[in-house]
Design a protein around this ligand. Structure first.
Ligand SMILES: Nc1ncnc2c1ncn2[C@@H]1O[C@H](COP(=O)(O)OP(=O)(O)OP(=O)(O)O)[C@@H](O)[C@H]1O
Length: 287
């Protein structure tokens, strides 16, 4: 991560410079009933890298992911464009878009009676021309279960799974959704480490790293130290706008954390990662 890699956006109205096989968000705006939630957001997520979307509660992170994946509620008004590998996603037919981009949401829909294998099989739906399965689905589903470390869970019902196990099944479903797409895919994960203990978090981040080898992966996360340690790039969002994007050391500075979150942060980085201690501005108490 390089300190020179930051792109700081006073008003979030610039266009991201990075191009290529990655994901590019250009001037994305979302409003619901006239209320702006995402405001001219432009940022990019290169293929082969993990990009962390960070920002305070209500900053618009989940809404951005939903807008990119094309699953906003109908009443939401969206403008701007989203490109994957240089191709417009936002104007693509929904089924084709679903083969290219998968979103794993915080509280992803899970039918509790389904087994993990059945849930992952649902990921194949955008590949079906008619009702029923396409040739090769079974192999894709088994591979996705395997790749996500969910193969031992295949026969278990979703209702019986822990949060960490469920997260793996959802990721397996996303992998199955993208497998066999004509062009490369992108994976979006909304707070994937939420509710996971530290060991599960590390397992999940290792899995995400493997998945990111051949596609852009974007995840939202509240833990700034985790973002700084595990993501290649960080996009800091506040009030629906992109405040900065680039390497974590350039984006997540004490000054910026103070102005966006209203807390003092002392940041320590070493070879093992980044640790951040926080202190409220007004109390002066220790973290
Ligand atoms: N479907 C919706 N209809 C109306 N307002 C919405 C909708 N979805 C989100 N919002 C509002 O948009 C703002 C941004 O919400 P969003 O969930 O995108 O933020 P976030 O950065 O992901 O927050 P958090 O970190 O708390 O999950 C919030 O004020 C929220 O209340």
């Amino acid at each position: 991560m390089s300190g020179a890699d930051a792109r700081v956006l006073g008003a979030g109205r610039h266009t991201s410079a990075a191009a290529g096989a990655g994901l590019q968000v250009r001037g994305l705006s979302v409003a619901v009933r006239g209320r702006s939630i995402v405001d001219e957001a432009s940022w990019s997520a290169p293929a082969g890298a993990i990009t962390a979307l960070v920002g305070p509660n209500g900053a618009g992170k989940s809404t951005m992911l939903r807008a990119i994946a094309g699953v906003l509620p109908e009443r939401a008004e969206r403008s701007g464009s989203v490109l994957l590998g240089g191709e417009r996603l936002d104007t693509m037919p929904a089924r084709r878009r679903a083969r290219r981009i998968a979103l794993v949401e915080q509280l992803a829909d899970a039918v509790p009676q389904l087994t993990a294998r059945e849930a992952v099989r649902l990921g194949r739906t955008p590949h079906h021309r008619m009702l029923g399965f396409s040739l090769g689905d079974d192999a894709v589903v088994e591979r996705a279960l395997e790749d996500a470390g969910a193969a031992p869970l295949a026969e278990r019902r979703l209702a019986e799974l822990s949060g960490g196990e469920l997260q793996r099944v959802h990721i397996a479903r996303a992998l199955a959704q993208q497998a066999g797409a004509d062009e490369g895919g992108a994976l979006l994960l909304d707070e994937p480490t939420n509710h996971l203990d530290v060991a599960w978090q590390l397992d999940l981040l290792e899995l995400v790293r493997r998945i990111a080898a051949d596609r852009p992966v974007v995840l939202t996360v509240h833990d700034l130290a985790l973002a700084a340690t595990h993501a290649d790039r960080v996009v800091l969002v506040d009030g629906g706008r992109v405040i900065a994007e680039g390497g974590a050391d350039a984006v997540l500075t004490s000054d910026r954390i103070r102005s966006v979150y209203g807390v003092e942060a002392s940041i320590d980085a070493d070879a093992d990662g980044v640790a951040i201690r926080y202190r409220r501005l007004d109390t002066g108490g220790g973290a």
